[in-house]
Ligand binder design. Structure first.
Ligand SMILES: [Zn+2]
Length: 317
């Protein structure tokens, strides 16, 4: 496989064909009974960190917003498969489209917080982070009338140098975080972080529940198989094998994530560098089909329910 997007696409098609053959022998039932967490980071295509150098935040308000339509599309798919998910909603989106947040909550999904501005945590001061996170949490709670317990940072930007943010989350009343990615990446990641959901001591001496983005051990490598760009770029059989190994070999649930823009191949194209364009646009037209395969093969629920089942959060009242 090469870094050339054209060649990659051809290879992906071959892998997809191979995985379809393999799947033809699999029944529609989930392969194991473990309930995994299904999560959506609710933001527009122009919020994405990979495109940030090409899109000034002052231009957000004047761009064509696609988030309501593509989130509704995800809601319809989840309804078809009768699954409930956790939606980490960006405050910026909730402020403009409160009805969307109400619609998500009304269908029984969990509303959680994706911050307000999509600024990376490690580019904010302690005070800025406190202020914008409180603003987003309060906004979501006012719209839904329910407590928001979960947080996910923009671009998984809770890294070693921004672990202080966990203390702010505890202070603001969050029960869990899902921002730490145990991988090496140019923008995020704590490569040697614990991989399973766990109680994580904070630098300030408190404790928060952490559900790190899932990685799997496949063919001797630690592979991020938990969604987003990895879901679009890796062949489906590799994602499936990795997720199966977490459920079967490690006997625990994984957490999977997606963005509404990832099932929107019609979104306006933004000029950016080759790597960013590759990460953002590759296989957008295949994600919906792959998502349906995934929902057919694995069992899913909300993050909150998953953590309650693991005994890491108290049961939902
Ligand atoms: Zn995001």
């Amino acid at each position: 496989m090469t870094g050339n997007p054209g060649a990659f696409q051809n290879d992906t098609e071959i892998w997809d064909a191979a995985s379809s053959i393999a799947l033809s022998h699999v029944s529609g039932e989930p392969s194991v009974s473990i309930t995994n967490a299904l999560t959506v980071d609710v933001e527009d295509y122009f919020h994405v960190s990979a495109l940030a150098p090409s899109i000034h935040r002052d231009s957000w308000a004047s761009r064509e917003s696609r988030v309501v339509g593509s989130t509704q599309k995800l809601l319809a798919i989840f309804e078809q498969f009768e699954v409930r998910a956790t939606f980490f909603v960006l405050g910026w989106v909730a402020e403009r489209y409160p009805q969307l947040v109400k619609d998500i909550a009304a269908r029984g999904h969990e509303i959680a917080c994706h911050g307000h501005s999509h600024r990376l945590v490690y580019e904010q001061s302690h005070e800025e982070f406190h202020k914008e996170t409180l603003r987003a949490k309060k906004l979501l709670e006012d719209v839904t009338g329910s407590a928001v317990l979960g947080y996910r940072a923009a671009s998984y930007s809770i890294v070693r140098k921004s672990l202080w943010a966990l203390d702010v989350l505890v202070e603001l009343g969050f029960a869990y975080d899902s921002s730490i990615f145990p991988v090496r990446h140019d923008r995020y990641g704590i490569p040697d972080a614990e991989r399973a959901p766990h109680r994580l001591p904070t630098p300030g001496g408190k404790v928060i529940v952490e559900w790190p983005l899932s990685t799997a051990r496949v063919l001797g490598f630690k592979i991020p198989v938990s969604g987003g760009g990895y879901f679009r770029l890796l062949p489906y059989w590799l994602t499936r094998r990795g997720l199966n190994s977490i459920n079967r070999d490690e006997a625990r649930p994984f957490i999977f994530y997606l963005h509404p823009w990832e099932i929107d191949p019609e979104q306006p194209r933004v000029s950016a560098n080759l790597l960013s364009r590759f990460r953002h646009y590759t296989n957008l037209d295949k994600t919906e089909e792959r998502l349906q395969l995934l929902l057919r093969e694995f069992r899913f629920g909300t993050t909150r329910d998953g953590l309650a089942q693991l005994g890491l959060l108290s049961a939902i009242n």
